[in-house]
Write a protein that binds this ligand. Structure first.
Ligand code: GRF
Length: 194
């Protein structure tokens, strides 16, 4: 059985979409893959309750309890490693990871970013897309490399920007697409890995 570990910080709607798709498509039998754990750096991340209700092991590792970014990342890597991951999925995990962490999980670490990378890496992507007058926005699933929001692109989805859009309205439109492309990209990744 191959193990997928998902890291979250908040709502966890991407994580929930992945879990539901895995259940619907029977990834355990069809792909030999399961969601082995959901790990959050925030104890109050709403997604933890959903994961626990699905019978998925959950862990909380509060970054504020560590003296440095490196110390947190070392502890996080150990926590993730307890689940022998074949794939580590960042799903709204709002921490910049050290090169040490990224290298440790090289070629089995992926992220979703709410922009059409390489446009708008970093935060506030929807505000920046609106300010730039973009007619289209979207989301990108990519392999994680040491450089933030870079790395080979695995999937993208495009949505139109409406003249009346607020950043929240655009974010919501992009998020519906994230929920489709992230599970699909993970499935494709697992199929390639076998
Ligand atoms: C998503 O837009 C994701 O791309 C970004 O943060 C948001 C997280 O949403 N990095 P959720 O926690 O998956 O609901």
């Amino acid at each position: 059985m191959r193990n997928i570990v998902i890291l979250i910080s908040g709502g966890g709607s991407n994580m929930a979409a992945i879990v539901k798709t895995a259940q619907r498509e029977r990834w355990e039998t069809e792909l030999g893959a399961r969601i082995a754990a959901v790990i959050s750096n925030k104890a109050d991340a709403k997604g933890l309750q959903f994961a626990a209700a699905q019978g998925i092991p959950t862990r909380v590792l509060d970054h504020k309890a560590f003296a440095s970014r490196g110390a947190f990342d070392d502890a996080l890597a150990k926590c993730v490693d307890e689940f022998s991951p074949n794939l580590v999925v960042l799903a709204g995990f709002m921490r910049i990871l050290t090169p040490g962490f990224v290298n440790h999980f090289a070629e089995r670490l992926i992220n979703i970013h709410p922009s059409l990378l390489p446009a708008f890496p970093g935060l506030h992507t929807h505000e920046r897309a609106l300010a730039a007058g973009c007619r289209f926005a979207g989301a990108t699933v990519h392999e994680v490399t040491a450089e933030l929001d870079h790395g080979p692109i695995l999937a993208q989805a495009v949505v139109p920007v409406m003249p009346s859009d607020s950043a929240d309205a655009l974010a919501a439109r992009v998020l519906t697409q994230e929920h489709l492309i992230y599970p699909a990209a993970i499935k494709a990744f697992l199929q390639k890995q076998t």
